[in-house]
Design a protein. Structure first.
Length: 465
C-alpha cells in the first residue's frame, strides 16, 4: 500500500508517545484516525480533541466503520501490544496492511533527510533540543519526538518546506533498523532491553548494524568512549563528541547561580557564551550533540546561541515541578541505571548542600531482574531512597523479582523505604523534603501534581495533614 492511498489509520496502542506523534501526523494530513489504548491518558484525551476516535476496551466491534476497508486502511501497532490482542487478530484475519510504528516512521521519513538520535539514554532530550534549534532557525524541520516538548506542547513538529526530519531512533525491538538516517547521533550504548537482545554483545551488534544504515553524504556523531565499533558506509563522515573532548565539545563551562554557560567547539567554529535553557549538567553533553547536528545542517551560530537559551525542556526530563528556596521537586524519566546515576549527579551538582531524596518506580520485571545490582549502585548516590512496586508495562510478573532486590542491595546506612505506590503521599507528608527526584518510566508521575501541592503546602516542615 502506498501511503498516498491511505484514507484511514488505526492505532493499536494509540496513547504511546511515539504512536501519538504518528497519529497527529496522519490527522494533519486529513486522514481518519482511530485506535485503542488500555487506559485513558492526557495524550489520548488530546488526540480525541484533535479529531481521533479512541476507545479503551479490547473489542473489535468498537473499531469504527471508517477503518474497516483493507484497501484504504493502514493498521499501526506498537511492539508492546501482545500478539494475541483481539483487535490485532481481527485485522490479520481481514488481510489488512499492518505495520509496526517504526516501519511507518521509516516510510514517512524516507524521502527526507533524517536527523536521528539513538542511544540507551539522552535521546529524547537531544532530539527535542535538535528539533527546537532547527525549528526556530531559518533551516526548519519536521520532528517525531519521544517526549512532549515544553516549547511547543507537542511531540510532533511539521514543516512544509524543510528537507529535514528529526527522529528519536528507538532501539527497542530493533525498531531503529527501519530508518534511513541522513545523520545520526549515538548518545550511549549501555546494555538494555535484554529481554529482546539476550546479551550485551547482541545489543551492541544492533547498534553496529544501525550505523550501516546512514546514507552516504551524511554523518555519524558518536559519543566518545562507547563500546561500539561503528560500520559506516563510504562517504559517511564520522565525528566524536563529549563534554570536554571530541570533534564537538564544550569548554569554559561556568556553573553557578542556577545557570550554566559554555563555549561550543566545532571543527570549524567556536560559539561563545551559550546559556543552557535547562541548566543541568547532563544537558551539556546533550546540548553539544544537538548543536553539532544543527551546525552541520546549516543553523547559524547566532541561531544556535538563541535556540539553546530558549529551550524549555521536555515533559518528564528534568521537569521541575516545585522550585523554591526551601523545596525542590522534579520528575525525570530516567529508568536505566546509568541514566539514573547521571541524573542524580546533575542534581547533586546543582544542590550540593541539600539532602536529595529519590522516589523510584522500577520499570519492567526483566530490567529489574537483569540490573538490580546496578540500580542499587546508582540509587545509592542519593541520601534517601523510596522504592515503590515494579511497573510491569507489557510484562507478566517473574517469581522472585520485586523492588526488594534493589532495596536489599542499597549501600549500608542509606535511609531507605519500601512503600506501596498508594502510600507515597502519606509517607512524604510525614517527612521533611529538601530535594525530591521522582525517577522512572512508569505511571508514578501521575502523582506529580499531588506531590507538588503537598510540598508547596508543607515546605520543609513535616505534617500529618
Amino acid at each position: 500500500m502506498n501511503l498516498s492511498d491511505i484514507q484511514a489509520v488505526y492505532f493499536i496502542g494509540a496513547g504511546g508517545i511515539g504512536m501519538s506523534a504518528l497519529a497527529r501526523y496522519f490527522l494533519s494530513k486529513g486522514k481518519a484516525v482511530a485506535g485503542y489504548d488500555r487506559t485513558p491518558s492526557e495524550l489520548t484525551e488530546c488526540l480525541v480533541k484533535e479529531g481521533a476516535q479512541i476507545h479503551y476496551e479490547e473489542n473489535a466491534a468498537l473499531i469504527p466503520d471508517a477503518c474497516k476497508d483493507p484497501a484504504t486502511t493502514l493498521v499501526v501497532y506498537t511492539p508492546a501490544v501482545p500478539q494475541e490482542h483481539a483487535e490485532l487478530a481481527y485485522f490479520r484475519a481481514g488481510s489488512f496492511e499492518i505495520h509496526k510504528r517504526a516501519q511507518v516512521l521509516g516510510l514517512i521519513t524516507r524521502g527526507s533527510k533524517g536527523l536521528c538520535v539513538a542511544g540507551t539514554h539522552g535521546k529524547t532530550t537531544t532530539s527535542t533540543m535538535t528539533a527546537h534549534l532547527l525549528h526556530q532557525s531559518h533551516v526548519g524541520c519536521t520532528a517525531f519526538l519521544g517526549g512532549i516538548s515544553k516549547n511547543y506542547g507537542t511531540n510532533l513538529l511539521l514543516s512544509a518546506d524543510s528537507p529535514y526530519t528529526v527522529i528519536e531512533a528507538d532501539e527497542f525491538d530493533h525498531s531503529f533498523h527501519w530508518l534511513s538516517p541522513w545523520m545520526s547521533v549515538i548518545t550511549a550504548t549501555d546494555p538494555d532491553h535484554l529481554d529482546i537482545y539476550g546479551t550485551r554483545e547482541a545489543y551492541l551488534e544492533s547498534f553496529r548494524h544501525y550505523t550501516t544504515l546512514i546514507r552516504p553524504g551524511g554523518a555519524l556523531i558518536i559519543h566518545e568512549g562507547l563500546a561500539l565499533q561503528p560500520d559506516v558506509q563510504p562517504g559517511v563522515a564520522l565525528y566524536t563528541y563529549g563534554r570536554d573532548t571530541g570533534d564537538f565539545h564544550a569548554k569554559n563551562i561556568r556553573i553557578g547561580g542556577g545557570e550554566i554557560y559554555l563555549d561550543f567547539v566545532a571543527p570549524d567554529t567556536c560559539i561563545r557564551d551559550i546559556r543552557l535553557g535547562v541548566p543541568v549538567s547532563i544537558n551539556i553533553e546533550n546540548g553539544v550533540a544537538a548543536m553539532a547536528l544543527a551546525h552541520l545542517n546549516g543553523a547559524t551560530d547566532e541561531e544556535i546561541r538563541r535556540g539553546m537559551a530558549s529551550f524549555e525542556g521536555v515533559v518528564r526530563r528534568f521537569d521541575f515541578k516545585v522550585k523554591t528556596d526551601r523545596t525542590v521537586f522534579l520528575s525525570d524519566y530516567a529508568h536505566h541505571p546509568a541514566e539514573i546515576a547521571q541524573s542524580i549527579r546533575s542534581v547533586r551538582e546543582l544542590y550540593p548542600d541539600k539532602k536529595i531524596t529519590g522516589l523510584f518506580q522500577p520499570h519492567l520485571y526483566t530490567r529489574t531482574r537483569d540490573f538490580y545490582r546496578e540500580f542499587a549502585d546508582s540509587l545509592s548516590l542519593l541520601d534517601e531512597v523510596i522504592l515503590t512496586e515494579i511497573y510491569p508495562a507489557r510484562e507478566k510478573p517473574i517469581p522472585g523479582v520485586s523492588s526488594r532486590l534493589i532495596y536489599d542491595h542499597l549501600r549500608p546506612g542509606i535511609e531507605k523505604h519500601l512503600c506501596p505506590k498508594a502510600e507515597v503521599l502519606d509517607l512524604l507528608a510525614r517527612k521533611p523534603v529538601e530535594v525530591l527526584m521522582l525517577l522512572g518510566a512508569g505511571d508514578l508521575d501521575d502523582y506529580s501534581p499531588r506531590i507538588a501541592r503537598l510540598l508547596e503546602q508543607t515546605g520543609t516542615h513535616p505534617t500529618n495533614s
